[in-house]
Design a protein around this ligand. Structure first.
Ligand code: G4P
Length: 535
């Protein structure tokens, strides 16, 4: 039995990010295999065998070969309890990634060694940097032809403006991949046929200065470059500083091959040794300590209709402090109501199981009868806590969406509202026009496709979508009547669900025009408190 503090301190909650196809799913799967959480590879992706458990619109993900949803997986490894938060690989869903990162204490970035940094890694990294969380890099697919490792780390440093610290170093790649050199222990982990599968790795102790043994182990062809590279590496100005790792300024880099399971266990062990236990979270001016305070959590994700068999809505919460108990009543801070969180569950790939207790660091999904919004706080009665909200990204693409069958009006409204409440889209209304057509704003255009697919498959509604030329949105001050404003003809006035006025602009030129032609007018960013998101 662990004490409350031990339970919390043995937890590790991290998000995994990558450009599609870099190997995020494969790495996750191998980590789960180590934890004994799954028995066979392929269980995470929801392949043919467990397709029944996969939600309808996950079909869309499969068709498109992308991962849209983010799921949560928990497993035990060497006495640690690990929560992995999977994130959508596609940049169009970077807002979802941002929310997921809010629930994580660190991030693991998977990079394809042949490709290096790819466009979506860039965007996702930027999202990580906003949170200043520790970033660990796993350079994958060394069993294939790869780019020069020095080039790869150089690229990481230059593009991302962070330091890197290679924990291990690859010995060759592709057909000449011989293994990795463990810098800390100065030993070789050799890659042989034995390691092409689930087998654990047997490390071979080898002093890099013992040339004879080194040659025997990896051959003359690989030994010489390795000695040179290690010298270069040790001589270069790479300093390891755990404090820099903790604030996201230095990324420990691991080389390996997730598919062949090479370097995964090494990564897991070193990562666990370096990553922090659940961190305190800010509530107003106070930091809420995970172990010394009662239960508190915040909602970072809401998702409806995850499973065909359960047409329900799940709110995902990150527990920030204390212990969650199923039988307890808690306070929903924003709703000012006491409630019992019904059907609390933890996710394992596509499986769900109902749980009785959970601890700070854990992610739980609770049934949401439509009361939660993203960013809401839930806590023990009598506790004075309200976590900082999760900022909304300003939409960058807009479309007019209207139902094609006027008999389906109710379903259309329900679908649009529910999907908007999940934070998957933003909806706006034209003053004076009916609800059968709505202006939809998204961060990435693929979100439109998900919207159409979900409206059809979950709500039985067909829609017509026409692209709108707007790119920027600004809020109008409460005391200004938009009807009285002088605006360019390509500017559109809309309202959000609270009736607040917004203007949609085709470019910054029209914003400047509006400001210079309406004396004293100031227009606000879509989300005023989150100006850092607009950069
Ligand atoms: P993602 O979640 O980041 O999108 O990537 P995923 O793990 O699905 O991997 C993408 C492809 O890369 C998969 O091949 C996977 O088997 C392969 N892969 C992942 N890690 C490694 C590695 O270390 N070495 C090699 N050689 N390949 C790797 P696929 O053929 O597209 O899919 P599948 O049919 O194997 O699922």
């Amino acid at each position: 039995m662990f004490s409350l503090e031990e339970e919390i301190n043995r937890r590790c909650t991290f998000a995994i990010i990558s450009h599609p196809d870099a190997g995020k799913t494969t790495l996750t799967e191998k980590l789960l295999l180590y934890g004994g959480a799954i028995q066979t590879a392929g269980a995470v992706k929801g392949k043919a065998a467990n397709r029944h458990a996969v939600s309808d619109w996950m079909e869309l993900e499969k068709q498109r070969g992308i991962s849209i949803t983010s799921s949560v997986m928990q497993f035990e490894y060497n006495g640690r309890c690990i929560n992995i938060l999977d994130t959508p690989g596609h940049q169009d869903f970077s807002e979802d990634t941002y929310r997921t990162l809010m629930a994580a204490d660190s991030a693991v970035m998977v990079i394809d060694a042949a490709k290096g940094i790819e466009p979506q890694t860039r965007k996702l990294f930027k999202v990580c940097a906003m949170r200043n969380i520790p970033i660990f890099t796993f350079i994958n697919k060394l069993d294939r032809e790869a780019r020069d490792p020095f080039d790869l780390i150089d690229e990481l440093e230059k593009e991302f403006g962070i330091g890197t610290y290679p924990m291990n170093w690859p010995i060759g790649c592709g057909v000449n991949f011989k293994g990795v050199y463990d810098r800390e222990n100065k030993r070789i982990l050799s890659f042989g046929d034995l390691h092409r599968g689930k087998e654990r790795l047997s490390a071979v102790e080898c002093d890099i200065n013992d040339r004879e043994k080194l040659v025997e182990l990896i051959g003359e062809y690989s030994a010489n470059p390795l000695i040179e590279q290690v010298e270069l590496l040790d001589g270069a100005c790479f300093d390891f500083d755990i404090e820099k790792v903790r604030c996201g300024k230095l990324s420990p880099v691991f080389f390996g091959s997730a598919l062949t399971n090479f370097g995964v266990e090494y990564f897991l062990e070193h990562f666990l040794a370096m990553t922090s236990t659940p961190l305190p979270r800010k509530s107003g001016d106070r930091m809420i300590d995970p172990a010394s305070e009662p239960f508190s959590a915040f909602v970072f994700k809401i998702q409806a209709n995850m499973n065909k068999a359960h047409r329900d809505r799940i709110a995902f919460m990150r527990i920030c402090s204390g212990k969650f108990e199923r039988s307890q009543e808690y306070l929903h801070v924003q709703g000012k109501k006491q409630l019992r969180l019904s059907q609390p569950q933890q996710m394992m790939a596509e499986e769900r199981s109902v749980i009785d207790e959970a601890y700070a660091g854990d992610i739980i999904g609770v049934f949401d009868p439509g009361i939660f919004s993203i960013g809401d706080t839930v806590c023990a009665k009598g506790m004075d806590v309200c976590y900082e909200g999760i900022p909304t990204f300003a939409p960058e693409h807009f479309a007019m969406v209207e139902q094609t069958d006027s008999m389906k009006r109710k379903q259309f409204e329900k679908g649009m509202n529910q999907i908007a409440q999940e934070g998957a889209i933003q909806i706006f209304f034209e003053p004076g026009s009916g609800l059968e057509r709505v202006v939809v704003g998204v961060v990435g255009v693929l979100q439109f496709e998900v919207l159409e697919y979900r409206l059809k498959n979950e709500y039985g509604v067909d829609v017509r979508r026409s692209a709108l030329p707007y790119e920027l949105v600004r809020r109008v001050p409460e005391d200004v009547d938009p009807k009285m404003l002088r605006l360019t003809s390509d500017t559109r006035w809309v309202q959000d669900f609270r009736g607040k006025n917004l203007l949609l602009f085709t470019g910054s030129w029209s914003i400047d025009w509006a400001i210079s032609h309406n004396e004293g007018l100031s227009l606000y960013e879509f989300n005023e408190n989150d100006s850092e998101l607009e950069k």
